[in-house]
Design a protein around this ligand. Structure first.
Ligand SMILES: [Zn+2]
Ligand SMILES: [Zn+2]
Length: 488
């Protein structure tokens, strides 16, 4: 299986690194790599590529030995990207086949889910490992692969708690990258865009209750930088005339030419708004920080009105669903929504007139944005009034999600450990002796996690564990009783 081979390859990073530092003359594939290759039968395109690269390096052992660790990590990640792409394609194909032949694909899907989960876990660990080695690499190097892999995990896994555990680890990896990259304002516009989209993507997959405060800060940071770069691009031209194609050209110019295709500003914003529409807390942040208003204004100035109208209309109707019916904020939004709805429909049909565009602009600035701010205030009020018991439940949920992992410490950088889906599967792994729920790959991680917050959760997790145990015992007793009654 390709995902498993890639997982094994990532795990050899520490071995490769030490071999590299020792300046070895000959590069020997490790046992894990040989095993991974052996499972394949026929070498895949990825492995052939890998072998060719190795052959090239064998010709110049000195050069290979001197190569920087960052480059090595980069290569692993680009191979990882191909593997994940292939896995994604395989999944789509499998899905279509099962639809055509009407066969349930459970066995294959669950095998793939386990492999994807394991690889995702290893990838998050390898981010922490690389950063600890001092090779941050390029932000774009991690972005696409991590996101696609996270998407596979979220789509394939059926256990919601395990998905939340994976997403929490994903966020911990993103936080580590952000810390290593320095201030958000100093990033390239294209990277800032990728970053914003990645964060919004993660925000919609992580239960809002489980959002750490850091995610909110990072979202707002990424959002303001995205808007600033859009506004700067618009200012460079004539804002009244600049069509969105020119805006895209400006952004593309500013971005690294060697990077993959430059995403269109409109596409990014639309995707972003779509992600926000699925996540009330993200919307709240965007609204109160004024980022959304600036973004829409920038988009409008750039000539992307139709897109903006459609997005605004979609978001407004979504807002209506979040609010308790009959509340003053809900009535306000309903009123604006009914005025935006026909314009949204016209934008979809692509037959907007000039006067309708002017109408939209007026409604957007005079009615819609103030109404959204009212929604944001109502959301915040509800959040603050939430009883403490619910907040404690959210914390416990987060702790239990982390406990589905083989190492509950979300910043675990131990690449040698098993790191598989099953907690407790790795050599040297041990569980917390108090709660008997959280597993760690070793004492270093258990100490680090205790400091990070497990000490505040351990007691509640122990109570939960006891409760589960008693429920299971009771169920077993009832089963036995039923069996005895059936025999008698
Ligand atoms: Zn660990
Ligand atoms: Zn514990």
């Amino acid at each position: 299986m390709l995902l498993e081979a890639t997982d094994a390859m990532l795990r050899t990073l520490p071995t490769l690194r030490s071999a590299q530092q020792a300046g070895k003359q000959q590069f020997q594939p490790t046992a894990a790599e040989q095993q991974a290759g052996g499972q394949q039968g026929q070498p895949t395109a990825m492995e052939q590529q890998q072998q060719q690269q190795q052959a090239g390096k064998d010709d110049e052992p000195a050069k290979w030995a001197a190569r920087a660790a960052a480059k090595l990590v980069g290569q692993c990640w680009s191979l990882l990207w191909h593997a994940v792409q292939l896995a994604h394609g395989q999944m789509q194909l499998h899905r279509r086949l099962s639809l055509l032949q009407q066969i349930p694909g459970n066995a294959q899907t669950s095998a793939m889910a386990a492999a994807a989960w394991k690889l995702h876990s290893t990838s998050c660990r390898s981010v922490h490992w690389s950063i600890a080695q001092g090779s941050v690499g390029d932000l774009s190097q991690w972005d696409a692969t991590l996101r696609k892999l996270g998407g596979l995990v979220a789509e394939l896994l059926t256990d919601e708690r395990a998905v939340q555990g994976a997403m929490a680890a994903h966020l911990a990896a993103l936080e580590a990258i952000a810390d290593a990259q320095g201030p958000a304002g100093e990033r390239q516009p294209q990277l800032a865009q990728q970053w914003a989209v990645h964060l919004a993507w993660l925000a919609t997959r992580l239960e809002p209750d489980m959002w750490p405060p850091r995610l909110s800060v990072m979202l707002v940071e990424a959002g303001s930088f995205l808007v600033q770069s859009m506004a700067a691009a618009v200012d460079g031209n004539n804002p009244a005339k600049a069509p969105s194609a020119e805006l895209v050209a400006c952004l593309a110019e500013a971005a690294d030419a060697s990077a993959a295709e430059a995403p269109s500003a409109e596409l990014v914003l639309t995707e972003w708004l779509g992600a926000i529409a699925g996540c009330p807390r993200a919307a709240y942040l965007m609204l109160t920080s004024g980022v959304l208003a600036q973004a829409l204004a920038a988009l409008e100035a750039a000539g992307g009105e139709k897109q903006a109208i459609q997005s605004a209309a979609d978001l407004a109707s979504k807002m209506c669903d979040w609010l308790p019916k009959g509340s003053p904020a809900a009535r306000e939004v309903y009123a604006v929504d009914s005025r935006l709805a026909p314009l949204g429909a016209a934008a979809k049909e692509d037959n907007l007139t000039a006067s309708e565009l002017v109408d939209f602009s007026r409604i957007l600035h005079s009615d819609w944005l103030p109404a959204l701010v009212a929604v944001a205030a109502a959301q915040q009020q509800r959040r603050e009034q939430r009883p403490w018991i619910q907040q404690a439940q959210a914390l416990l949920d987060g702790g239990l999600a982390a406990a589905t992992r083989s190492c509950a410490y979300l910043r675990c950088a131990n690449l040698g450990g098993e790191g598989g889906p099953a907690a407790g599967s790795g050599a040297g792994s041990a569980k917390c002796s108090t709660c008997r729920e959280a597993w760690y790959c070793g004492t270093a991680c258990s100490h680090a996690d205790w400091k990070l917050g497990h000490r505040r959760l351990c007691k509640a997790m122990a109570a939960w564990h006891q409760q589960q145990k008693e429920a299971a015992m009771q169920q077993r007793a009832e089963q036995l009783r039923a069996e005895v009654a059936g025999q008698g």
